[in-house]
Design a protein around this ligand. Structure first.
Ligand SMILES: C[S@@+](CC[C@H](N)C(=O)[O-])C[C@H]1O[C@@H](n2cnc3c(N)ncnc32)[C@H](O)[C@@H]1O
Length: 263
C-alpha cells in the first residue's frame, strides 16, 4: 500500500521487486524509489532521473541554489500544456502551475502548421503499435513516407506530430537496415530536439548519439565526431562521465577518430 501511494515509477518498482536478478539491489532500490518519490513536478525541472542498470540516478541539470526545491518532470515536456496538465491532474491529482504551464511557452510551435495535417498524423501515429517484425516496420515506413510527402508544405519539423513521424521513420529505417534514409530523418530531428529540449536534457543527448551512429555508419566521420562531442557535453551533466552510455559514446568517438583520414 505504501508503495502504491507514491506516484513515481511504481510500474518500474514492481519490475524490480519481481525480477529475481534484482533481489540484491532491493534495499538500495527501494530506498532510491522512496526518496525519489518525494520529488515534486516541474515541466521545466532542475533535475533529471536517469537509469544505470537497476539503479536510478538523480542529477542536477542546472545550478541549484541553497534552499531551492529539487524538481523533476513527471511528464514528457514535448507535449502542449493543456495535455500535460490534464495528465498531471488525472494521474497525480494536482494542477501544475509551473512557469512552463503558466506561460504556455512553446504550445504554438508544438502545433504549428495545418491543423488537419497534424491531426491526421496524430491519428496515424496512434494506430501504430510497438512494431517488431520486419513486415510491421515496412508498413510503418510506408505510412511515414506518405505522411512526410503529403505534409511537406503543411507542417514544419517542429510540429510535434511531424517530429514523431520523423522519429518513427528513423526507427523503421534503422530496423530495416536503411541507414542512409534513417540519417536523413535523424538529421531533421536535431534542431526541433534542440528547441524543445534546450540546455541539458538526456533525450536530446541520446538522439544525438543515435544520429552520430548513423553518421558513422555512412563514413561521415568528422560529422559523427562533432555530433558526439555535442552529445558528450550534455551527457556529462545529465548522465555523468562514469555512466555506461557515456562509455559507449567514448568508444564510438575513439572508433571515429581511428577512422579519420590522416593529415
Ligand atoms: C511523487 S509525490 C511527490 C512528493 C509529495 N509532494 C510529498 O510531499 O510526498 C506526487 C504528489 O506530489 C504533489 N505534487 C507534485 N508536484 C506538484 C506540483 N508541482 N504542484 C502541486 N503538487 C505537486 C501531488 O499531490 C502529487 O500527486
Amino acid at each position: 500500500m505504501f508503495l502504491c501511494s507514491n506516484g513515481l515509477s511504481i510500474e518500474s518498482c514492481y519490475i524490480f521487486l519481481f525480477a529475481p536478478e534484482n533481489f540484491v539491489f532491493l534495499k538500495q532500490t527501494l530506498f532510491s524509489f522512496l526518496s525519489m518519490s518525494l520529488l515534486n513536478n516541474s515541466c521545466d525541472p532542475n533535475c533529471v532521473i536517469v537509469f544505470e542498470g537497476p539503479q536510478l540516478h538523480l542529477r542536477a541539470v542546472r545550478e541549484i541554489h541553497k534552499g531551492e526545491e529539487l524538481t523533476i518532470s513527471y511528464v514528457e515536456t514535448m507535449t502542449p500544456s493543456p495535455e500535460r496538465q490534464q495528465h498531471l491532474r488525472r494521474q497525480y491529482c494536482f494542477d501544475c502551475d509551473c512557469l512552463m504551464c503558466q506561460s504556455r511557452s512553446k504550445d504554438a510551435d508544438m502545433l504549428a502548421g495545418d491543423e488537419q495535417a497534424w491531426k491526421e498524423a496524430k491519428e496515424v501515429i496512434n494506430t501504430m503499435g510497438a512494431s517488431k517484425s520486419q513486415e510491421e516496420w515496412e508498413q510503418v515506413l510506408v505510412k511515414c513516407r506518405t505522411l512526410l510527402k503529403n505534409n511537406v508544405a503543411r507542417l514544419p519539423d517542429t510540429n510535434i506530430y511531424q517530429l514523431k513521424v520523423l522519429d518513427l521513420a528513423m526507427d523503421a529505417c534503422i530496423n530495416l537496415g536503411l541507414l542512409e534514409e534513417a540519417l536523413l530523418y535523424g538529421n531533421r530531428t536535431l534542431e526541433p530536439y534542440r528547441f524543445y529540449y534546450p540546455g541539458f536534457h538526456p533525450l536530446r543527448a541520446v538522439q544525438m548519439m543515435r544520429v552520430a551512429k548513423l553518421q558513422y555508419s555512412q563514413d561521415l566521420f568528422p560529422q559523427a565526431l562533432e555530433t558526439l562531442k555535442q552529445a558528450y557535453d550534455i551527457m556529462k551533466v545529465t548522465h555523468g562521465t562514469e555512466h555506461s552510455l557515456v562509455c559507449d559514446l567514448m568508444m564510438l568517438k575513439d572508433d571515429c577518430e581511428a577512422s579519420m583520414p590522416l593529415g
